[in-house]
Design a protein around this ligand. Structure first.
Ligand SMILES: [Zn+2]
Length: 311
C-alpha cells in the first residue's frame, strides 16, 4: 500500500489540486479557474469536487494521509488558520480555512502560506535541494517570499515571516496594497512591470507583452526590467548580508523575463553585500515552476501526518 496526500495551490487565477505520493511523484493533478469573487462556501465545494476527482483517479492503491492548502495569505499557518490580507481574492478575507477544511475532509489538515510552500517544494525536490539555507522570491501578481534556514522553513512568531515583497526600496514610492509605500512588490511584480511600462509610454496589459517588447529591442522595456532587477537586487543584497544563504531561487510568472533583469539584480548584490556572502550565494531559477507550491504543500502535509503518527 502506497501513501500520499492531497495538496492544493490557491491562486487568484487558478485553483490546482494534486494527489502526491510520499516520494513527491504527482499521481494526478487537476485545475479549475478560481471563480471571480469566490465565497468560502464555493471554495470548499470546489475543493471537495476536485478531491473526489483525485481520489477516483488514484484508486484504492494509495492511502491518503492528509490535505494541505497553500494560500496567498501572510499568516495562513497561524494558530487560528484565519485568512487575512488576500488582495487578489478579497472575498476570502476572514475565512477560517482550517476549520472549513476540517469540516469537509476526514483527514488531517495543513494550511501553508503559498510562498513558504514554494520554498519547501524547491528545497524538497527542486533548485535548492542541496542548499541548507535558501530564500525563494516569487514574482507574480505580487512578490512573495519564503525562507529556509538549516533545512527548516522559517515562519516567525506569528507565522508571517518571509514577506520580502514588502521591504521598502523607495520611502515615498508607489502606494502598496499592504498600506505602506515603495515596497519592492511595487517595482518587481508582474503587475508592477505593466505599470512601470505604462509610465515609460508602453501600454501593455501583461508583463509577458513587456518582455516581448524587450526581446524585440525596445529600450523602454529594457529600462523597466533594469529598474525591476536593481530594486530586487537591493533587497536581496540586504537579505544576503542578513542570512548568508547558500541560494536564492527566483520563481513565479515574471521570472520568465530572467535575461532582462538578472544582470542588474546580480550587480546590486555584488555592489552592496559583503564579499564572502555575495560570492557564496547562488542565484537560481525555479526548477519546479508552477508545481513548487503544490509540492511544498504536499511535503507539509506529509510531515504533519508523520508528526501526528509519532504523537
Ligand atoms: Zn507592501
Amino acid at each position: 500500500m502506497n501513501e500520499g496526500v492531497l495538496a492544493v495551490d490557491l491562486g487568484g487565477t487558478n485553483l490546482r489540486m494534486a494527489a502526491v505520493a510520499d516520494d513527491g511523484a504527482i499521481l494526478h493533478l487537476t485545475r479549475r479557474s478560481t471563480p471571480k469573487s469566490v465565497t468560502p462556501v464555493e471554495l470548499i465545494s470546489l475543493a471537495g469536487e476536485m478531491a473526489d476527482e483525485c481520489i477516483a483517479k488514484i484508486g484504492s492503491e494509495t492511502t491518503l494521509l492528509g490535505i494541505a492548502f497553500a494560500a496567498p495569505a501572510p499568516s495562513a499557518r497561524n494558530s487560528e488558520g484565519i485568512l487575512t490580507r488576500l488582495p487578489n481574492i478579497p472575498t476570502l478575507n476572514g475565512m477560517n480555512l482550517k476549520a472549513a477544511l476540517r469540516d469537509r475532509f476526514s483527514f488531517p489538515v495543513t494550511v501553508e502560506n503559498d510562498a513558504i510552500a514554494a520554498a519547501i517544494g524547491e528545497h524538497w525536490m527542486g533548485a535548492s535541494k542541496d542548499a541548507d539555507t535558501s530564500i525563494i522570491i516569487t514574482l507574480g501578481t505580487g512578490v512573495g517570499g519564503g525562507i529556509i534556514i538549516d533545512g527548516e522553513p522559517y515562519r516567525g512568531v506569528d507565522g508571517t515571516a518571509g514577506e520580502i515583497g514588502h521591504v521598502c526600496v523607495i520611502p515615498d514610492g508607489h502606494p502598496c496594497g499592504c498600506g505602506s509605500r515603495g515596497c519592492v512588490e511595487q517595482y518587481a511584480s508582474a503587475t508592477a512591470i505593466v505599470r512601470m511600462a505604462r509610465e515609460n509610454g508602453l501600454d501593455f496589459s501583461t508583463s509577458r507583452d513587456v518582455y516581448n517588447a524587450f526581446q524585440g529591442g525596445d529600450e523602454r522595456a529594457a529600462i523597466v526590467f533594469r529598474q525591476m532587477g536593481s530594486y530586487l537586487g537591493i533587497v536581496l543584497a540586504g537579505l544576503v548580508n542578513t542570512l548568508n544563504p547558500d541560494m536564492i531561487v527566483i520563481a513565479g510568472g515574471a521570472s520568465g523575463a530572467w535575461d532582462a533583469f538578472i544582470g542588474p539584480l546580480k550587480d546590486e548584490i555584488h555592489l552592496r553585500a559583503f564579499h564572502a556572502p555575495s560570492t557564496r550565494v547562488k542565484i537560481a531559477r525555479t526548477q519546479l515552476g508552477d508545481n513548487a507550491g503544490i509540492l511544498g504543500a504536499a511535503r507539509s502535509a506529509i510531515l504533519n501526518a508523520e508528526s501526528l503518527t509519532v504523537v
